[in-house]
Write a protein that binds this ligand. Sequence first.
Ligand code: SAH
Ligand code: SF4
Ligand code: F3S
Length: 458
Amino acid sequence: MTSGTTLPSGPAGRKRLHVITWGCQMNVYDSGRMSDVLAPLGYAPADTPDGADMVILNTCHIRDKAAEKVFSELGRLRRLKDASGGRMILAVAGCVAQAEGKEILARAPYVDIVLGPQTYHRLPEMVAQAARAGGAVIETEFPAEDKFDHLPEQSAPQGVTAFLTVQEGCDKFCSFCVVPYTRGAEQSRSAPTILAEARRLIAQGSREITLLGQNVNAWHGAGTDGAAWGLGRLLRAMAELPGLGRLRYATSHPRDMDDDLIAAHRDLPMLMPFLHLPVQSGSDRILAAMNRKHTGDDYRRLADRLRAARPDIAFSSDFIVGHPGETEKDFEATMALVRDVGFAQAYSFKYSQRPGTPAAGAPGQVAEAEKDRRLQALQALLRDQQTRFNAACVGREMNVLFTGPARHPGQVAGRSQYLQPVHVLGVPSLAGRDLPVRIDAALPNSLSGTLVQERLSA
Ligand code: SAH
Ligand code: SF4
Ligand code: F3S
């Protein structure tokens, strides 16, 4: 990209920006930051793409049909762009843009901007260039500069719960996964910049912060004292920020749970007792083929150590069924691990061949019907565990961080420490408060309860 471009003139004319977000929590965070970058150019958020001056489609490449999904959405957006007389700027961002940028421009030449996840800070220049040249702009290299050094400090408020990216990229190269290719090498932000962003989020009303990274527990950065910190140390510093009530981090790799991080679960009451710790499989043979570099028993021991540190901790995980080479016996080992560890919640997927990843061309691809059967069996077991976990909450008193009005009038919604949605009768002004609630009923995916009044009036 050429330097010295003039930016489109500022907030004089208010423009409408609509962002469509697919994929993981980091994409949600990124969409917010792209809006922040464009705000000084006069772009304000719009709820729908109809009549928007600019639409960004923030994409995910993790499982199959990712590209087809993008092209079908682009077809829909093209009609809106045509209706605008071609004035609407159409940008494709995220992991499909990174992986298939050139193909997007070839198949959808009406797209104005294609940008990978590491170039969001350059959006204003790209918008200027697209407006000037009337041709497409593509930015999918991994630039030498760190985008976090160039993103604006100013950010739109995220609400009671907020995401904060502290680490990006992945060096693990699991056999099945595109992330190391779409997000690039592991990079950690420094503790002072993270803490400064956290302070701004708290000043804007956030009470819970989730530190994000593709491998968040691999975070290692310069501390406020200049020493090299790990995630445990960073969490301890976060816990000292006045006004913050709850802390979480996601997503973690079992191999990066070091002693200090486990100790942080023991020492920090505000670190929520709920950990998303993907295991993918319970078979040592498949874990090796996946390049996960740990065994099923390593994971069991890790869960035990975390439970010893924080007895009320509950786990969530990701599973893949039908990785190349997975036999019925391997699948049974996954079922056994699930029974042994016990999960409060989980995501499970059929293995999906991703172009360019080692497993895509591996022998022993599993038949689709077999993957379906295994997925159904696994999901039945996981659903049963989730139901039992939720049912065990009934009659208990749990802390709920209220986020805002619930769907039913007169009810207010919030999240338990285990991220379960909880509804109670109450006024929406409770938003931002973390209060004890007696759980009265468990629904399949949420809980309902009653405020514990004595403490409320205290
Ligand atoms: N960094 C995280 C996971 C990121 S991707 C980790 O190490 O676990 C989110 C989830 O998508 C993965 O945990 C995995 O379960 C699933 N996934 C990734 N690639 C996949 C593929 N090719 N097929 C099916 N599921 C996949
Ligand atoms: Fe993908 Fe593995 Fe990296 Fe997770 S650790 S992002 S699954 S390569
Ligand atoms: Fe998807 Fe990229 Fe996130 S592939 S899961 S958006 S890192």
